[in-house]
Write a protein that binds this ligand. Structure first.
Ligand code: SIN
Length: 316
């Protein structure tokens, strides 16, 4: 059988591309891996349409890119595969099969963690549709564009600043908005104490500066007095959400959507009802591999891609 041509088609917007011609259930070659990583750097969010993956195959593909997180909430995991979390509003025997309101607010995953997230990989099994229109989109905003667009005096001010990120901020905000999530236990809070990260980071694929702060988890700029910190954070949150940096993914069943979490923030749109089923499997890839372009970014080659493929081949 003839191999399908692999093609990357950009959305023409600030973020977003589709990669056609790859079946993620198959082994990914070194050159295909490089292409995916390069596309992630260039487009931030990439969709692989019409994928028929098992939960184990999703885990296997995701783990090419780094270690996988087991969510601190320790619930709604695929049986026997804790790295695969279920996001869903479906009830079985009156019990939720997944986290019903994951990501419904602007954030980037795992900024609350000492080892931050590199990427998310989501596989859509059921997508709500009303009157022929798909619901439950995921929106993104580009933190490369947001940083580059900052006024020069703000860029200077942000140099060397660090911010505190707290897992509990998003969870508590969702409960305040009426979420059915149980309160975090003391043990869960202790498992994820607040952490600090630089407000401006060098993106590991592009080598460019990005704004690393988000309304979901960032609580404080450490070097500033409380009032000044609040003022600067409010400015940054409004700035980073401007429409011109945004991109929206409207899901189709079978989509695998992968995005990198260092140069983007995202929001899951809650525009569907409890009787409009949505079911997504999710892996979170931690930033445990130093994806840096060789020769300062001039060459096409990416360090460690080969290592990852070797690791994957050994473990499958
Ligand atoms: C997430 O924030 O990881 C969930 C996104 C979604 O379900 O659309």
């Amino acid at each position: 059988m003839q191999a399908q041509r692999v093609e990357v088609i950009g959305s023409g917007q600030t973020l977003g591309a589709m990669i056609q011609g790859l079946d993620l259930a198959n082994e990914i070659s070194g050159s295909q891996f490089d292409l995916i990583l390069r596309a992630l750097g260039a487009y931030g969010v990439i969709c692989f349409p019409r994928q028929g993956l098992t939960a184990l195959q999703l885990k296997s593909f995701s783990s090419l890119f780094g270690e996988l997180e087991v969510n601190v909430a320790n619930a709604y995991q695929e049986p026997g595969i804790p790295e695969v979390m279920i996001l869903s509003n479906i009830l079985e025997n009156a019990k939720p099969i997944g986290l019903a309101d994951a990501g419904q607010g602007w954030h980037t995953d795992m900024s609350y963690s000492r080892t931050i997230a590199f990427a998310n990989v989501l596989h859509a099994i059921k997508v709500p549709v009303r009157n022929g229109v798909t619901l439950g989109a995921t929106q993104f905003s580009s933190m490369h564009a947001a940083y580059e667009d900052l006024p020069a005096d703000k860029k200077t001010r942000l140099e060397g600043l660090t911010a505190t990120h707290d897992f509990a901020k998003f969870w508590d905000m969702m409960r305040d908005r009426g979420s059915q999530r149980p309160p975090l236990t003391e043990a869960q809070r202790n498992a994820k104490p607040p952490v600090s990260h630089p407000v401006v980071m060098i993106h590991p694929i592009t080598g460019r500066k990005v704004l690393y702060a988000n309304p979901g988890y960032t609580v404080r700029i450490n070097e500033l007095a409380h009032e000044d910190s609040d003022e600067l954070l409010n400015f940054l949150f409004a700035h980073q959400l401007q429409q011109k940096y945004r991109y929206e993914h409207r899901w189709q069943e079978g989509d695998v959507l992968m995005w990198e979490n260092i140069g983007t923030i995202h929001n899951a749109v809650a525009d569907y009802g409890p009787d409009e089923p949505r079911l997504i499997r999710r892996c979170q890839v931690m930033a445990t591999m130093p994806w840096r372009r060789r020769n300062g970014g001039a060459s096409g080659a990416l360090d460690h891609a080969g290592d990852a493929i070797a690791r994957h081949t050994r473990s499958t």
